[in-house]
Design a protein around this ligand. Structure first.
Ligand SMILES: [Zn+2]
Ligand SMILES: [Zn+2]
Length: 351
């Protein structure tokens, strides 16, 4: 443990002495917490040193690349601007979504349900086995992809992801692990429940995922790479993912007409029909992990072999036509609109 004063003396060279680069796919807040702890400081103290007037933890710090925050990292470490930018969720711009928005919820990012410094949402997932493997070589850390509603399984471990403490069901709030202690503990480990201190890491895979589930996750992960678009002619991943998100909303709707679409898709995928849960206001991104996986499976299936499968599945549902299929579609994409209008547009003359 070092004092604030000796930290500054050590840091006279303006290079953090115990600095470490972010690990692969590491999330900004995880990296920030690790760097503070590597220097023997509580992350709260560390933040107060550098960003005295910035309210840090009562917002989703990982969502955007903030100049005020990044300037400190660029000045005190050898990190490159690109590497630093890549630790924020806004680095998914042009992939998961066209533009990172600042004010509203963003498709595919699970909200944390922030209330002051507490979290009511299960927006921070993790793979217990990955955390365990991290512990064997270094300190555990949290991945960016564990904040995405597109993620439900770990393809490396063949396991479902988890989003809560296995003991007390609390959400994961790793920066609060030090709350209640005057100084950080020498063996502070961010892979523990902040409330009951239960280990989040686990050598055993308690929730193995079927091969088909891992295959789906692998396919969806690949959607994020522009070089292998799920539909040949698409250039940017978000052109596909915007429509995937839109179709999920339709499939998860409580309307009787759209329930027919859900029925057909369940039947074709040999999945037992289930009623949408929650109110119509519940966004896909906040649904439980298993629920999200099933919806992703159905929507992804509907877009395979584009456009023939889509036409074949939708056509028999007599009243499901363009007005419904394009309802509340916020991001227009020509490849989708065109087929919907061409095959499912109803005028008075063709009614
Ligand atoms: Zn894993
Ligand atoms: Zn707990």
């Amino acid at each position: 443990m070092i004092s604030k004063e000796s930290f500054f003396q050590l840091n006279a060279s303006r290079q953090w002495p115990a600095y470490e680069d972010p690990r692969p796919d590491e999330l900004f807040s995880s990296w920030l917490t690790r760097i503070a702890h590597l220097h023997g400081l509580k992350v709260e103290t560390f933040c107060k040193i550098y960003w005295k007037n910035l309210t840090f933890w009562n917002r989703d710090i990982d969502r955007f690349y903030y100049d005020k925050v990044s300037a400190v990292f660029l000045a005190n470490s050898r990190i490159t601007p690109d590497k630093l930018r890549n630790t924020f969720l806004s680095s998914y711009e042009g992939k998961l979504f066209e533009l990172a928005t600042y004010k509203t919820n963003q498709n595919w990012i699970i909200p944390l349900g922030i209330y002051h410094r507490t979290r009511s949402g299960y927006g921070q997932m993790y793979c217990p086995r990955c955390l365990y493997n991290d512990e064997q070589i270094s300190k555990p850390y949290f991945r960016k992809s564990w904040r995405l509603s597109l993620s439900f399984a770990c393809v490396d471990c063949g396991s479902w992801l988890s989003d809560r403490c296995p003991n007390c069901n609390s959400p994961v709030v790793f920066f609060r692990n030090e709350v209640g202690f005057k100084n950080i503990l020498p063996d502070v480990n961010i892979a523990r429940c902040y409330r009951c201190r239960e280990k989040l890491s686990n050598e055993q895979i308690n929730m193995p995922a079927d091969k088909s589930i891992i295959t789906l996750q692998t396919t969806l992960n690949r959607c994020l790479i522009a070089e292998s678009p799920p539909i040949d002619f698409l250039v940017y991943p978000f052109q596909y993912l915007d429509i995937l998100h839109h179709l999920i909303r339709l499939i998860n709707s409580k309307s009787t007409l759209l329930a027919q679409l859900r029925h057909s898709l369940c039947e074709l995928n040999k999945l037992e029909y289930w009623q949408p849960i929650g109110s119509y206001r519940d966004r896909f991104d906040t649904l439980p992990i298993g629920e999200r996986m099933k919806l992703l499976l159905l929507a992804h299936y509907l877009l395979e072999d584009w456009p023939s499968r889509f036409i074949n599945v939708v056509y028999p549902i007599k009243r499901l036509r363009s007005a419904w299929l394009l309802k509340d579609l916020t991001s227009k994409h020509y490849w989708f609109d065109y087929e919907v209008m061409f095959h499912f547009y109803i005028t008075n003359s063709n009614r």
